[in-house]
Design a protein around this ligand. Structure first.
Ligand SMILES: [Zn+2]
Length: 307
């Protein structure tokens, strides 16, 4: 059972929005593309494999911890009555090779982080977290793996390392977990999961977001399907000219308010501000109605804002 679902990080959501509303520099764009790709790979792993685990497993997604000023993240954590499994999920595609224990992309010839080191480090830091929570880690079986989910990934001179699970091995690896004879989960397992959730960082303190300001961003409502800015309204629906997706005006405005609040947590939500932000909604009256039915009004008259 899933005790922590996976959702987009705040950083990814902000990048998604900024990517449409301003010009990112090449470095930022590469970083953002990798975030999207990583998230896509993790979702794929969840849908294709993790969700088929029985109720004898607890699944915790995207745990971020800090130990001794070191922040680390674990993409998927599976807890059963006998062991804890930690997974780093990689959505690499294309060819890679190893030289002197270093990993390189064959396309760019640039070195990438050695995933074995990465998971070993996360594994030992995870042990520290359990220790700090009062567990005797020598009595807990903790296994860590790197899973390469993209079938287009190839690693030349791949080492025989049981911690690396390549695309053609994932089914067999997961079949073993599915068919593992397990005693039922007990209260202590749930308690352990809850303790881990209680000490995680809600947000990673490191972010590579570019600087942005309200005035410098393009205004308008983003299509919920293809994320381009929408220019057309027909019969109470917003119609995306790029992908044809239709969405009711109210839901689109609410989505835009959410995005506005994420980008500008200190800026007030007022009828005028949201009218300016959405850009293509002519009626301020409509925006005021949506705000007053979905938020709590503070202040009176022109100075009314919503929370
Ligand atoms: Zn669209």
């Amino acid at each position: 059972m899933i005790m922590k679902h996976r959702c987009e990080s705040k950083e990814l959501l902000l990048f998604r929005s900024l990517h449409v509303r301003m010009n990112l520099m090449e470095k930022e764009l590469t970083y953002y593309t990798n975030l999207e790709k990583g998230f896509e790979g993790e979702r794929y792993f969840d849908e294709r494999w993790a969700k088929h685990l029985s109720d004898d497993w607890i699944i915790l997604n995207d745990l971020t911890f800090e130990v001794n000023n070191t922040v680390f993240q674990i993409d998927s954590t599976f807890i059963c009555n006998q062991a804890i499994y930690l997974f780093e999920i990689k959505n690499y595609d294309g060819d890679y090779y190893i030289e002197n224990k270093k990993w390189y992309s064959k396309i760019t010839n640039k070195e990438i982080k050695n995933p074995i080191h990465q998971i070993d480090r996360s594994g030992s830091l995870f042990r520290r977290i359990l220790q700090e929570l009062g567990y005797n880690v020598s009595k807990i079986s903790i296994e860590y793996y790197v899973i390469f989910v993209n079938s287009e990934f190839h690693l030349y001179q791949a080492p025989i390392d049981h911690q690396l699970i390549f695309p053609a091995q994932i089914n067999r690896f997961m079949d073993k977990l599915y068919s593992k004879p397990l005693p039922q989960l007990i209260d202590a397992n749930f308690k352990q999961a809850e303790q881990l959730l209680s000490v995680q960082l809600i947000e990673s303190p490191y972010s590579r977001l570019p600087e942005y300001s309200y005035d410098n961003l393009k205004k308008g409502i983003m299509c919920s399907n293809c994320r381009s800015l929408i220019h057309k309204i027909s019969n109470k629906n917003l119609v995306c000219t790029r992908c044809g997706h239709r969405e009711g005006i109210e839901s689109a405005i609410l989505r835009s308010i959410k995005e506005y609040k994420l980008l500008f947590p200190k800026r007030r939500v007022t009828t005028n501000n949201i009218h300016d932000w959405c850009k293509i909604i002519n009626s301020k009256k409509l925006i005021r109605r949506i705000l007053s039915t979905n938020f709590k009004a503070q202040g009176i008259g022109r100075s009314t804002f919503y929370i």
